[in-house]
Ligand binder design. Structure first.
Ligand code: GLU
Length: 262
């Protein structure tokens, strides 16, 4: 299980997400990727290897957006290559998702979706989630993106921390967790999501730790947390991060393991 960062607010998400990926490097990973929503379109770049290699690609393909998500992957299903890196985008190209964890029943769900004509592009378990959300959302389009994510999560067995965005609801970022940590950072008219606090700490110290079985819908200046299965709204305690930026940086050490040893 590796790293996640998400953002919705008034800043350009791209440099913030790339910096967040660097903050998450200490966890170890094999690939990295980023997606932002601009002018009703998902722009996604992903690459096996280091975050610095991803940065070169992003520099070559300028992208910008006020809402986005990024991921460092530690492969569990499928080779650590460019295609299997996250974010995964559904077959319509309108929904992007990052996932930490393992979807145990991905094989069954994949077969059902393939029988419905969905063409998969990766070997990951994670892609099943984004394709399932898409199938529910674009099937007659009578439900919201939040409800499509909820519906998909109700069908999966396994562990997940996810962040997802949809070009047809460009003001909304959805996140959820079960067995994989997720922190919500609360800024002024902006929100941050992280698989831990390290990519968030320099922007805000006010956080909410999501518990297993909870999902959050983020829109401009508003967050709504609910139970994935019962849909009941959940009121959460605000916590303060007691971690300094220095603590999460490598400092004088050439790599994190050496810092850890010291
Ligand atoms: N199971 C997913 C994959 O193999 C996510 C791995 C992770 O947590 O980084 O792509």
């Amino acid at each position: 299980m590796c790293g996640i960062i998400g953002y919705i607010g008034n800043r350009d998400a791209v440099p913030l997400l790339l910096k967040g990926l660097k903050r998450l490097e200490y966890r170890g990973y094999d690939s990295a990727g980023i997606a932002v929503l601009t002018d009703g379109q998902i722009h996604s770049i992903k690459k096996s290897g280091k975050v610095s290699q991803l940065e070169v690609l992003v520099d070559d393909t300028p992208m910008q957006g006020f809402i986005g998500l990024a991921h460092t992957r530690w492969a569990t299903h499928g080779e650590p290559n460019d295609i299997n890196a996250h974010p995964h985008v559904d077959h319509t190209g309108k929904i992007a998702l990052v996932h930490n964890g393992i979807i145990e029943n991905f094989g069954t769900l994949k077969r059902v979706l393939e029988n419905q004509g969905v063409a998969f592009t990766s070997d990951t378990d994670s892609e099943v989630l984004v394709q399932l959300i898409s199938a529910l959302y674009y099937n007659g389009k009578t439900i919201t993106f939040e409800e499509a994510v909820r519906g998909a999560l109700q069908e999966v067995v396994g562990a997940y921390g996810i962040v997802a965005v949809c070009a047809d609801e460009p003001e909304t970022l959805i996140a959820a967790r079960l067995g994989s940590p997720l922190v919500l950072g609360i800024g002024e008219d902006e929100y941050f999501l992280g698989s831990d606090a390290s990519p968030i700490v320099e922007y805000t110290r006010n956080v909410i730790y999501l518990d297993d079985g909870e999902m959050v819908k983020l829109t401009s200046g508003k967050h709504v947390i609910s139970n994935i299965h019962s849909k009941a709204l959940v009121t959460k305690k605000l916590s303060a991060i007691d971690l300094s930026v220095e603590e999460i940086e490598k400092g004088e050490f050439p790599h994190y393991m050496l810092k850890e040893i010291h």
